[in-house]
Design a protein around this ligand. Structure first.
Ligand code: DGT
Ligand code: CA
Ligand code: CA
Length: 581
């Protein structure tokens, strides 16, 4: 999504909340929310919309909202929203992310108790003042307090999507500086961790101070944390800190290597250097007792001098990568370009925003050869799941689209709820017609561990299942994995040849990369899926690829690297051997 689109959507949603907090008419508030949702599904960004005049004919966008988008496109601001922001203490908006607190309750806390921050709210609950308010009570207060605790636990990290937005903004900004030389992101972001505390940027320049000046004046800077001649830190909108270091050209490779980490990888690498009579630090690789470093043009040269094959950043977690590099046994990691098909996305047949045709075209335009649409199954009432007649109608539509978009291919798929007893959500006739059945746990998440394990394993033993969706069920920064024995689930998936999903949604990134190698060793194949609910979300597969690389996977380990023809053959063979169809 373009930066300006994302930032406009954020602003509109913020506006809806602010209006509710100040006590505006609820209908007007909802118009903003619905407007943001409608805009989200549109391709392009604010400027294109205004130029093309598309907003006038977009459902859910009234005249007033269209004018605001216009104002935003022209000036990057909406005066009415800026004024609204002045009326509401900044701390109140932070309360929104606490479960159990919506704008209405926040208004009550603010007006009745004068609460303006998370800290004040915590105090007020502990003093028993919140519990006495109308509409709150003991239970709600407890829930809010638990939410505050959880928030403290997670607050310092952001998702890869937020980090990517910030990273692109900063890189684009720095590239505009004429004095910039080399420029790379380091840190956990370069290693493709699923969440990131801060961004680390390494650059070279003949004029570091000029670079720093450009950096600290990046649009959207909330606060300048430090501004030095070679090292500065800023806090960006959305709460993500960014560190920039400008180093000498000759030190670049060593600095990039050091600040990429991980700390554990660095320590192991330094230890190895020491054993070889060398010294490695952020300034370079040195012969012991010498101030003159070896010339290391790039990171590869550093690894080479240490007797190692180049280790890709995603693998630098000190999980055996150094030993593998020494023995020349590192895998050739999958790349985004290896992916040929989209598996698991949603459409208007359940809770998606775009039609099957729009999704298929969008996938084709991104260069994919095929798509497997997997809308929700009948029990998924919370997501508009498809009754048997609906899924049959969808299959007919998919046939039609397939004729139209040739040689692009469509397959029949579903995201089937795994019911409480482990059964899949349709009869054998429908399951037998489908090409891909993605099984997923969405309900009864708090089941006891052994019950949940048995439930998932029973689904894995069903010959109709192809892929296990988001296997741990965690939501990053929001929800822990459900209770289950992942060792057993992975072993069962391996034994029954069920593909493990690497769900690319930035809140999921599930299967967790720490378990990917275990699943690989158990014989599992993987599918890197966007699980997107609109056309824009298809691009999220890039996050999934990062996680797959972190799990040491090659293109051959991932089913949607197959060509459309290979994929069709694989599906047919699998259905024949498992279902006799
Ligand atoms: P995070 O928490 O998501 O920001 O993770 P990182 O890995 O980006 O951590 P950060 O930003 O604190 O530091 C960036 C890199 O700098 C880190 O991956 C390795 C290196 N580094 C930082 N502190 C140390 C240290 O005390 N020893 C060593 N060997 N390396 C360090
Ligand atoms: Ca970092
Ligand atoms: Ca850092």
């Amino acid at each position: 999504m373009s930066d300006s689109k994302q930032s406009l959507l954020r602003t509109l949603r913020e506006c809806a909340m602010l209006m509710e907090i100040v006590g505006e008419n609820p209908f007007r508030c909802r118009a903003y929310e619905e407007g943001a949702r409608a805009l989200e599904a549109l391709e392009g960004g604010p400027r294109e919309w205004v130029e093309s005049g598309i907003l006038a004919e977009t459902k859910g966008i009234g005249k007033g909202l269209a004018e605001k988008v216009d104002e935003w496109a022209r000036s990057g601001h909406i005066v009415a929203i800026d004024e609204l922001r002045q009326k509401v203490p900044a701390g109140l908006l932070e309360l929104i992310s606490i479960p159990g607190l919506g704008p209405k309750k926040i208004r009550v806390l603010w007006k009745e108790l004068g609460i303006e921050t998370l800290g004040q709210l915590e105090e007020a609950i502990k003093a028993g003042r919140v519990q006495e308010l109308a509409g709150f009570g003991e239970k709600t207060a407890e829930k809010i307090l638990a939410g505050i605790e959880q928030r403290k636990h997670y607050e310092t990290r952001v998702t890869l999507e937020v980090a990517t937005g910030a990273a692109e903004l900063v890189l684009e900004r720095l590239r505009q500086c004429p004095a910039i030389g080399k420029l790379e992101l380091a840190g956990s972001y370069r290693r493709s961790r699923e969440t990131v505390k801060d961004l680390d940027v390494i650059a070279t320049s003949p004029d570091p101070e000029a670079v720093m000046k450009v950096f600290v004046t990046t649009p959207g800077v909330q606060r300048i944390i430090a501004h030095g001649p070679t090292k500065s830190s800023i806090l960006l909108e959305g709460g993500i800190p960014v560190d920039l270091r400008v180093v000498e050209d000759s030190q670049f490779a060593a600095a990039l290597n050091y600040f990429t980490g991980s700390k554990e990888h660095n320590t192991a690498l330094r230890g190895r250097a020491k054993k070889m009579g060398l010294k490695l630090n952020e300034y370079g690789l040195f012969p012991e007792e010498s101030e003159t470093p070896f010339k290391t043009a790039d990171e590869e040269a550093i690894y080479k001098r240490l007797g190692l094959a180049y280790v890709e950043p995603e693998m630098r977690e000190n999980n055996g990568e150094i030993e593998a590099a020494e023995e020349g046994k590192l895998p050739k990691l999958i790349t985004r370009e290896d992916l040929r098909g989209i598996v698991h996305c949603h459409t208007t047949y359940s809770d998606g925003k775009n039609t099957p045709l729009e999704m298929a075209k969008a996938a084709r335009d991104l260069g994919f050869e095929y798509i497997v649409i997997c809308d929700h199954s009948q029990s998924a009432f919370y997501a508009g799941g498809m009754k048997p007649d609906t899924i049959k109608a969808q299959m007919d539509e998919i046939d039609e689209i397939g004729k139209k978009l040739k040689p692009f291919k469509l397959f029949y798929g579903v995201e089937s709820d795994i019911l409480a007893d482990g059964a899949l959500d349709y009869d054998d006739e429908i399951l037998g017609r489908l090409d891909i059945v993605v099984g997923a746990i969405h309900t009864r998440l708090t089941m006891a561990g052994d019950e949940m394990t048995a439930r998932v394993c029973r689904a894995l033993e069903n010959p109709a299942i192809t892929i296990l969706a988001h296997p741990t069920g965690r939501l990053l920064q929001r929800r822990e994995p459900f209770n289950a024995d992942m060792d057993k689930i992975i072993a069962t998936a391996g034994a029954h040849d069920v593909v493990m999903e690497i769900n690319s949604h930035p809140w999921r990134l599930d299967l967790d990369w720490r378990l990917i190698r275990q699943a690989h060793a158990a014989g599992c194949k993987f599918s890197i899926d966007p699980d997107s609910h609109n056309t824009l979300g298809l691009r999220d597969v890039r996050y999934g690829v990062g996680i797959a690389r972190k799990g040491w996977l090659t293109a051959g380990d991932v089913i949607n690297t197959k060509t459309a023809k290979q994929f069709a053959e694989w599906v047919a063979k699998r259905k024949k051997s498992r279902l006799g169809k």
